[in-house]
Design a protein around this ligand. Sequence first.
Ligand code: HEM
Length: 161
Amino acid sequence: MNPTHLHPEGRPDITGRPDIERFVNAFYGKVRDDDLLGFIFNDVAKTDWATHLPKMYAFWETMLFRSSGYVGNPLAAHARLLPLTTMGRPQFDRWLAIFTATVDELFTGENAERIKNTAADMANVIHAKINGVAQAPYDYTKLTPEQRARYGIDPPKVVAP
Ligand code: HEM
């Protein structure tokens, strides 16, 4: 048996809620144990995982499939952590590295790419807004070719002397 959503490598794409739940559980399983991020959830926010995990299932289901009705305020949730702990580029880069690695372990395909791109964009926006710094995505030198194409940003014009 070879379900049609299975890619040649054997990893499926993300096709619905059960995949999202599997991903979110695996992702936060690693985050909780991470030396840079674990204590932010466990000790600073004192996260109630029985509440946070279902919220994140709904969040990512809404992001990918426009369903399930996540209601919340991600910006405020992170801004409130700032007086209590550092939420800098190293933390967001680590978060994103774990996110990307977890997606790639479990899935491959169009939705797997979309969830990684959405996470990268949101990490940039949240990092910039809560720290009051310029957004990395709009710094041309930091854009991936894929982001440049998606944002429709042209290379800076070289002005002739
Ligand atoms: C340095 C990176 C990050 C850290 C340390 C972090 C940490 C946290 C913590 C501690 C909470 C609150 C959990 C609780 O209720 O106890 C939270 C909530 C949340 N985070 Fe993050 N986060 C990070 C990055 C991100 C990114 C990049 C996204 C989006 C792509 C995201 C999406 C969310 C959402 C949707 C919530 C729930 C907000 C709500 O209450 O509605 N997080 N995060």
